[in-house]
Design a protein around this ligand. Structure first.
Ligand SMILES: Cc1ncc(COP(=O)(O)O)c(C=O)c1O
Length: 380
């Protein structure tokens, strides 16, 4: 079965009890037990719920994995994965990791005795050098947020295998439709379901997928014990959103490709970051590990004043935190996704005051291009 068909038929999409063509919202916290001496599939929603299970099975199918777990947010998924590490353990993280992940690693993990080294993942020698006897995990995010830096997954996996390290990846930008890290040997794949998987800017969710049974059992225990589960209503909304993910993504990616091309020729745009552009420094590596450039791009203007003018005059994209909706979303990493990291850190990462991120929606591309052009033409 191919990807778009899988989205509609590749996992439980019909209710086995009633035959309903949409998995119902099993809006129940607890389930009547016929026999107190025997286990049944569902007993209490924190341990499992049929609506959430259908979604978890769907995510596992899309990732090409054995097991998937749904969490209350992408950060709930990320923090649960990082807490698989134990006191005394060390991990290696890319310099330009998502702001919330960076904050969790810097401000919270040290309280549990877990150490991290931030490394430029374009430099495999530096990555190798950062490995210590206590290193247990390499964490990736590719393409990264917001600079769309690409990590060579295969090269990292070679190092991880040689040193017997656990690998995890934040796959949010490419989604399981376009990048399948489990198939490349990565142990743990994380998605913020808030973004493209749901696609309608109305749910916050996260997912973790794995192939290893032992890892799955630990994740299940953590999910149950932390209680950071996804609610039934939100799971149902994502099940609905996923059915149109194929065509949504196709349109968003094609819009992103045209817009990246347009911006790269505009005289007021200093730089465009989009791995689908042949001028992107890691374009070839990206296209070897993903099917296209994705639906998110960033571009750099001269500075804060230019950002103020453009964001004030854009009329179609919403100006907001987040990405991956059917509507185009412009965000300003400096004060939004990366506000929780210090200015010094932001500058080190290349998140300048002129940087804007655009998550392309499914609008008519001509309207988006006209809107961008008229806002950019106001700049001197
Ligand atoms: C790449 C990436 N990973 C993780 C997250 C966190 O996801 P959530 O907001 O669902 O907790 C985000 C949020 O913007 C993100 O962009």
């Amino acid at each position: 079965m191919r990807e778009h068909t899988k989205l509609l038929h590749g996992y439980p999409v019909i209710d086995s009890y009633t035959g309903a063509a949409s998995i119902p919202k099993y809006q129940a916290s607890t389930f009547n037990q016929e026999n107190v001496f025997e286990q049944q599939d569902y007993s209490y929603t924190r341990f499992g719920n049929p609506t959430v299970t259908a979604l978890e099975e769907g995510i596992a199918v899309l990732e090409g994995g054995e097991y998937a777990f749904a969490f209350s947010s992408g950060m709930a998924a990320i923090s649960t994965v990082l807490l698989l590490l134990k006191a005394g353990d060390h991990m290696i993280v890319p310099l330009e990791v998502y702001g919330g992940t960076c904050q969790f690693i810097k401000d919270i993990l040290p309280n549990y005795g877990i150490k991290a080294t931030f490394v430029d993942f374009q430099d495999m020698v530096a990555l190798k050098k950062a490995i210590r006897p206590t290193t247990k995990m390499i964490y990736m995010e590719t393409p990264s947020n917001p600079l769309l830096k690409v990590t060579d997954i295969k090269a990292v996996m070679e190092i991880a295998k040689a040193y017997d390290l656990l690998t995890a990846i934040d796959n949010t930008f490419m989604t399981p439709l376009y990048q399948k890290p489990l198939e490349m040997g990565v142990d743990i794949v994380i998605e913020s379901g808030t973004k493209f998987l749901n696609g309608h800017s109305d749910v916050v969710a996260g997912f973790v997928s794995v192939n290893d049974k032992e890892l799955a059992e630990t994740l299940q225990l953590y999910q149950k014990s932390f209680g950071n589960i996804l609610g039934v209503e939100d799971a149902w909304l994502i099940l609905r959103g996923m059915k149109t993910m194929g065509i949504r993504m196709e349109k968003s990616v094609s819009n992103a490709t045209e817009i990246a091309e347009f911006l790269s020729h505009h005289p007021r745009v200093k730089q465009v970051y989009y791995p689908g552009l042949s001028t992107h420094d890691m374009h070839e590596i990206h296209m070897n590990q993903a099917s296209n450039g994705g639906a998110v791009l960033s571009f750099e203007l001269a500075g804060e004043d230019e950002v103020a003018t453009v964001t004030k005059h854009l009329s179609i994209p919403i100006i907001a935190v987040s990405l991956g909706g059917v509507e185009s979303i412009v965000s300003y990493p400096c004060t939004m996704s990366h506000a929780c990291i210090s200015e010094e850190e932001r500058i080190k990462q290349g998140v300048t005051k002129g940087l804007l991120r655009l998550s392309c929606g499914i609008e008519d591309v001509a309207d988006l291009l006209e809107d961008l052009e008229s806002a950019l033409n106001l700049l001197n």
